[in-house]
Structure formats: C-alpha cells, structure tokens
Design a protein around this ligand. Structure first.
Ligand code: HEM
Ligand code: HEM
Length: 135
C-alpha cells in the first residue's frame, strides 16, 4: 500500500474522531452550533471523502487491472486536501467568533485549495481508469 493511501485512511479516522467530539459538544452547548459547517465538513470532506480517496486509490486501479497512473499526484493531493480542509475550517471558526472579512476571505482561499485537491483526484483517477486495456 502506498504511503499516501495509508495516510488518507488514518487521517480520515482522525477527522471522524474530532468531528464526533465537536458534534457532541454542539448538542451539549447550543452556542457551538455556529460551527455546524465545521462539523459537517470535517465529516464530509475529512472522514467520508478522505476514506474514499484512500480506498479508491488502492482498489479502483486494481479493478482496471493497471497501476495508478500518477502516484506523485496522489501524494501531492494528500497534502493539498489536508492543508485546504484544515485552513478552510480554521479560518471559518475564527470568523465565527471574531467576525472579520479577512478571515472569511482566507477561508475561501483554502476552500479553493480543497477544490484543487478534488480536481487532482478526478484527473488521476480518470487518467488511470479511462484508457482501454491493450488486448
Ligand atoms: C457522534 C457523532 C455525531 C454527532 C454527535 C453529531 C451531531 C450533530 C449535530 C448536533 C448537528 C447539528 C444538527 C442541527 O442543525 O440541529 C449535526 C449536523 C450535521 N452532521 Fe453530525 N454528528 C455526528 C456524526 C456525523 C457524521 C458521521 C456525519 C457524516 C458522515 C455527520 C454529518 C452531519 C451533517 C451533514 C450535518 C448538517 C446537517 C444540516 O445542516 O441539517 N455527522 N451533527
Ligand atoms: C471544497 C469543497 C466544499 C466546499 C468549499 C463546501 C462549502 C459549503 C458551504 C459554504 C456550505 C453552506 C454552509 C452554511 O450554510 O453555513 C455547505 C453546506 C453543505 N455541504 Fe459543502 N462544501 C464542500 C464539499 C462538500 C462535500 C464533498 C459534501 C458531501 C460529501 C458537502 C456537503 C454539504 C452539506 C450536506 C451541506 C449542508 C450542511 C451544512 O450546512 O453544513 N460539501 N458546503
């Protein structure tokens, strides 16, 4: 298993742990509902998407009977996806508690990084899966 595949799976479980603790805290203290976006996206981009990236990178090329076309892009995507997610949610949290347009703008820039990581996955997977096998 490639290192970045393992890292995606491990970090996704870490995000599940953090987001579940935040979910419980939101139930206990309604003022934390201001962080619903943080909770939902730690889950959806952290836990769910990163688990799918890890399992997808490992399994989908095997279905197609060929190796992943660009493992280096996979490694890069791991870093871009994590820096994008943590940055987007950190600055969103700062804006939630100390409203400041600058924090929200920085959150958007990290969000664009997150979208870039999705494009890297999309490109790598299609480049691996689409070519017809030589018969
Ligand atoms: C122990 C685990 C969890 C707890 C305690 C928890 C708690 C919560 C709470 C309190 C809310 C706010 C609900 C409201 O608006 O009234 C919420 C929203 C949400 N949670 Fe969780 N959650 C947990 C796990 C998950 C998981 C595993 C996922 C996804 C894989 C998830 C996805 C969402 C989403 C998408 C929302 C936003 C829903 C909306 O806007 O209506 N949560 N959660
Ligand atoms: C770069 C990626 C993404 C960005 C920038 C993004 C951004 C947003 C924003 C700005 C909202 C509105 C939040 C609010 O009402 O305060 C939202 C809501 C939501 N998004 Fe995303 N999203 C992304 C990816 C995803 C993915 C991959 C999923 C599902 C797998 C998802 C599921 C949802 C859901 C269920 C809601 C409604 C719950 C909530 O309000 O938190 N999003 N998203």
């Amino acid at each position: 298993m490639d290192r970045f595949v393992r890292n995606f799976i491990i970090i996704s479980i870490v995000y599940l742990g953090i987001s579940s603790i935040l979910g419980i805290a939101m139930l206990a203290d309604p003022s934390l509902m201001a962080l619903k976006f943080v909770h939902s996206h730690l889950n959806l981009l952290g836990w769910v998407s990163m688990m799918i990236y890890g399992v997808g990178y490992h399994i989908l090329p095997k279905f197609a009977g060929r190796p992943l076309k660009y493992p280096k892009i996979g490694e890069l995507q791991f870093w871009v996806a994590n820096i994008g997610l943590v940055g987007m949610l950190s600055f969103y949290t700062m804006d939630a508690y100390a409203h400041n347009r600058l924090y929200m703008n920085i959150s958007v820039v990290f969000g664009i990084l997150e979208v870039l990581s999705i494009i890297l996955f999309f490109y790598n997977m299609l480049a691996t899966l689409l070519p017809k096998t030589a018969s």
